[in-house]
Design a protein. Structure first.
Length: 223
């Protein structure tokens, strides 16, 4: 082998060695990067363990020592609405309910209904109601076994307010009586209910009370 050929072969060998070393350096560097990332994630994992334990202990302490505090306003003192502050619908509802108590009944429950109706009344009508309805009328109903039904015509219900702050609800309807199982000819009856207000309470949200009741019927004595 000539000298030139030997030099060429030696050069090839040297070049090969250089490339292998460079490859080895890249591999080591890549492995070191992976190692650094692995160490970082392991450190983060180790750091999360005590942090999680501390958070659990804190949450447990807070749960054990929890205390519910409610700000409850003081109970309002009884007050009174003026009639002008109350919607018309409330007065119409009270008047309708009261009329149904005294105008639609059966002998067995008439007294209870009249007593409930009396709770809505104040003087001067209360005394008259007790005498004429709770005493006289109840006895008549029991003796004659009289039942009664009153059908209100809502299209003829009216409401007016006077200068004194009173509210007058007028209803018109048909009243049918059944005495000892026999029907009596129906009558057209008008109820005129005068209402005002007094201090409200739990059973009477608006404090609406009835001060006067007037009825007009065709062939019966007015109440």
């Amino acid at each position: 082998m000539t000298a030139s050929a030997k030099q060429a072969a030696k050069k090839i060998i040297e070049d090969s060695r250089f490339r292998e070393a460079r490859a080895d350096n890249d591999t080591v560097r890549l492995w070191e990067n992976y190692r650094e990332q692995a160490l970082l994630w392991r450190a983060l994992a180790l750091l999360q363990i005590p942090s999680t334990l501390i958070a659990l202990v804190f949450a447990l302490v807070m749960w054990i020592n929890r205390e519910t505090i409610l700000n409850v306003p003081a109970k309002p003192l009884p007050g009174q609405y003026s009639a002008s502050e109350i919607p018309d619908a409330e007065f119409i509802s009270v008047a309708t309910d009261w009329i149904n108590l005294v105008a639609t009944y059966q002998p067995m429950v008439a007294k209870q209904q009249f007593e409930e109706a009396a709770r809505w009344l104040v003087e001067p009508v209360l005394s008259r109601f007790k005498t004429e309805m709770l005493e006289q009328e109840v006895e008549t109903i029991k003796n004659t076994m009289r039942s009664q039904v009153y059908y209100i015509d809502p299209t003829q219900t009216t409401l007016e307010r006077d200068e004194e702050g009173n509210v007058i609800v007028t209803t018109i309807g048909e009243r049918l009586k059944i005495i000892a199982g026999k029907s009596v000819p129906a009558n057209i009856t008008q109820f005129r209910i005068t209402m005002t207000t007094q201090p409200r309470n739990k059973l009477n949200e608006y404090g609406i009370v009835i001060t006067n009741v007037e009825t007009t019927v065709t062939n019966l004595k007015n109440f």
